[in-house]
Structures are given as structure tokens and as C-alpha cells.
Design a protein around this ligand. Structure first.
Ligand code: ADP
Length: 376
């Protein structure tokens, strides 16, 4: 395997390209803009939108296999190309629409929140406010996800987005949100990373923690969900699986991303093989690497833009980098309010002279320290 094509040129593609370089594999990307962060690491670039099928046809002539950083592609169009995609297009097909994704998971016997397609601004029978209404396609970082508490708000949403197909689901009372990054290799082997906790604010991921207090039973449920899903999809690649651990002790699947995921960024420093290296390994047909933690624990904090400006937040980045065992990844994007501009992972419990203890408390304190510097 010499060259991997990647559809998308943002931070995920950038981290993929960096991992590929370490494995001696070149990356060719398809992305619209020369300022996209992955452009600097790509061997070659096809400048085009991610759903431009003619551009992907060209991309296919420049690489051995094509993978995705972004799933907002024209699946039907790609299906007509003579190209190898990993994950295969058939594995992506049920996942790109949130409603068909929920149906797929339910039919596979996996636990999901109660859901229904929303055909009119009326709650279907069996639903009560509050509910969560989601655009079926192209939602990310909470864009397209709405917490709806009353009939009038639902009617207003319909009024604002008359052409958007929605699904509705019960508002899940969760104790915490979990994520599992899982990979399946070309030989069919499935591996899962340590189960993580993700914390969202206004539906945007802010922090991710490793966990040391999950019951064996919950760990096993999360792992078996991941493995059942990847085997059923006949997937090859890395998948991010978001879950709710409910207040009444259940685990429900929230969402599947058929690609590397924000919740897995801490694997770069905290695990033997990063999610990006794992993806390259899977797609290149190499044996998968170990997913073990190589430290006591870790926390990842997203650095979100808080102004629309050219500011590169250099002093703040330097101050965060000065925290012991902190690793800042800066994507070099123009700042917009709420935009993910970078992330920092801080490792805990790696001092060989101390017994690792209270790593969660340490991680919480470190997350607060990062956020205080970022927002001061
Ligand atoms: P996106 O694809 O934009 O990330 P998600 O479906 O993952 O959207 O939702 C974003 C966040 O909104 C979740 O991480 C969770 O905090 C909240 N959320 C989503 N669905 C529900 C639900 N059914 N009940 C309660 N909270 C939800």
C-alpha cells in the first residue's frame, strides 16, 4: 500500500496524514480549500468539495484505496466509480441518515432511544415533551439537533426549516455520555479502545475523560455493541460510537460515526496506537495495533473559538503547553465562535515514582486549568 486517498481535508485528515507518514504511507486528499489544514501534509490534493464525485474519480487514479474523514458524501455517485473504498460504501449506507441509522441499530437488536420519523409538526403517538428533534442528514456538533419542550417550539422549527426531514426521539435522562472507538481490520479482527466519557455543552463536545470507575458489565456491554455493529456492517476502518449511560442503568446507542472521532483524540498520546494510526493500519491491510492505555489516564479538552477573528491564541496555547504532560494540537483554522480550533490532551498518572491514584480527580482539575487559561 503506497497511497491512501482521503475525502476531506480538516483536522481529522491532518491527523490521519501524520499517522500515515509515520507508517511510510502517503496521503492524497480531496478538499475544497487550499487553507484546509490537511493540505500541508498531503502528497497531492484534489481541490473539490467532498461530495464532488467527478473529483473522487480523479482521486481514485492517484491512490490505492479511499477512506473518509467526512461522511457527507454522495454515496450513490461514489457507488458508480471503479474505486476501492474503506470502510466499504455498503457499511456507510445505513449510517448517513440518522433515522435509517437508528432503524439499522434497532433491527440489529442494539439498544437505542425511542425514535420515529417526524412527518408533521405533531408528536407521533407515544411521545411526550421534552423530545429531541434531529435533522436526518448532515448534522454535526449539535448543528441540526434541537431540544424541544413544547408544541409551539416544534411548530416553529417546522416553520424555520420547511424542507428538512427530521426524526424525533425521547429525551434520554443520562447519567453520563460514553464513547467507544472501535476498529475492524481487513482480516475481520475487531479491537476496541478503553471506554471514554464525553462531556457536551450545548450539544458540542468539550471534554473527554478516560474512566476508572466503569463496571465490568458496562465495559462489556459497550464493547459488545461495538463489535456486533462492526461485524454486521462488514466494516474495515475506525468507528466512533456515542452512547448514553442512563440514570436507570441502561446503555443506549446515540450515534455512530463511520470514521475517526473527536472523542478518540486522546488516543494519540494515551494509547499504544492512536485512532488515526489504527485507521491507516486497517485501510492499508496491516495488522491492527494495541489499543491499551500507556498511562494512568488522560483528559482531552477541545479548544473552541470564542471570537470571529484572525487571532491564533498563541500566548494561551503556550501557557497550556507549559502544563506538565500536556499536548496541544492546533489546527491552524481561522477563529469563529464555537469552531473547534484545536485540542489539548493531558496525561495523568504517568509519574513512575507515584502510585497512580485519583486520576479522575486529577484529570478534572487539569481540564479546569486548561479551560481557565483558555477563557481568561
Ligand atoms: P451531532 O450529530 O450533531 O453530534 P448528536 O445526536 O450526537 O448530534 O447530539 C449531540 C448531543 O445532544 C449529544 O451528545 C447529547 O448531549 C445531546 N442529545 C442528543 N440526543 C439526545 C437525546 N435523545 N436525549 C438527550 N440528549 C441528547
Amino acid at each position: 500500500m503506497k497511497r491512501i486517498g482521503v475525502i476531506g481535508g480538516g483536522q481529522l485528515a491532518w491527523m490521519m496524514a501524520s499517522a500515515a507518514q509515520e507508517l511510510g504511507i502517503k496521503v492524497v486528499i480531496q478538499t475544497p480549500d487550499a487553507t484546509d489544514v490537511a493540505v500541508s501534509l498531503a502528497e497531492e490534493v484534489v481541490f473539490a468539495a467532498v461530495d464532488d464525485v467527478a473529483a473522487t474519480k480523479l482521486l481514485a487514479t492517484k491512490c490505492d484505496v479511499i477512506t473518509f474523514e467526512n461522511e457527507f458524501v454522495d454515496l450513490d455517485g461514489l457507488g458508480k466509480l471503479d474505486a476501492v473504498f474503506l470502510p466499504p460504501l455498503a457499511a456507510l449506507a445505513p449510517l448517513l441518515d440518522k433515522y435509517t441509522q437508528r432503524c439499522y441499530l434497532r433491527d440489529l437488536g442494539l439498544p437505542v432511544p425511542k425514535f420515529a420519523a417526524l412527518a408533521q409538526p405533531e408528536l407521533p403517538p407515544g411521545f411526550e415533551f421534552p423530545v429531541v428533534v434531529k435533522a436526518r442528514r448532515n448534522g454535526y456538533d449539535g448543528q441540526g439537533t434541537f431540544m424541544i419542550e413544547a408544541k409551539s417550539v416544534l411548530a416553529d422549527l417546522y416553520h424555520r426549516y420547511p424542507d428538512t426531514p427530521f426524526l424525533v426521539e425521547e429525551f434520554v435522562k443520562f447519567d453520563r455520555e460514553l464513547a467507544v472507538i472501535a476498529a475492524r481490520g481487513a482480516s475481520g479482527e475487531v479491537v476496541t479502545y478503553p471506554i471514554l466519557e464525553t462531556q457536551q455543552q450545548e450539544q458540542v463536545c468539550r471534554r473527554v475523560f478516560t474512566l476508572d470507575d466503569l463496571s465490568e458489565q458496562t465495559i462489556e456491554i459497550c464493547r459488545s455493541i461495538a463489535s456486533k455493529l462492526l461485524i454486521s456492517l462488514d466494516a474495515v476502518g475506525v468507528f466512533g460510537i456515542e452512547l448514553f449511560a442512563t440514570c436507570d442503568g441502561r446503555v443506549l446507542v446515540n450515534e455512530i460515526a463511520p470514521r475517526t472521532h473527536n472523542s478518540g483524540h486522546l488516543t494519540i498520546e494515551a494509547c499504544a496506537t492512536s485512532q488515526f494510526s489504527q485507521l491507516i493500519r486497517a485501510v492499508a491491510g496491516l495488522p491492527l495495533g494495541s489499543t491499551e492505555l500507556t498511562c494512568g489516564g488522560a483528559v482531552m479538552v477541545n479548544l473552541l473559538g470564542y471570537e470571529d477573528s484572525q487571532d491564533d491564541y498563541l500566548l494561551k496555547r503556550q501557557a497550556i503547553s507549559a502544563i506538565p504532560n500536556a499536548f496541544v494540537h492546533w489546527y491552524g483554522k481561522q477563529s469563529r465562535i464555537g469552531r473547534k480550533l484545536g485540542h489539548v490532551t493531558v496525561l495523568v498518572g504517568i509519574d513512575p515514582n507515584k502510585t497512580p491514584q485519583n486520576s479522575r480527580q486529577q484529570a478534572e482539575a487539569l481540564a479546569r486549568q486548561v479551560e481557565a487559561i483558555w477563557s481568561e
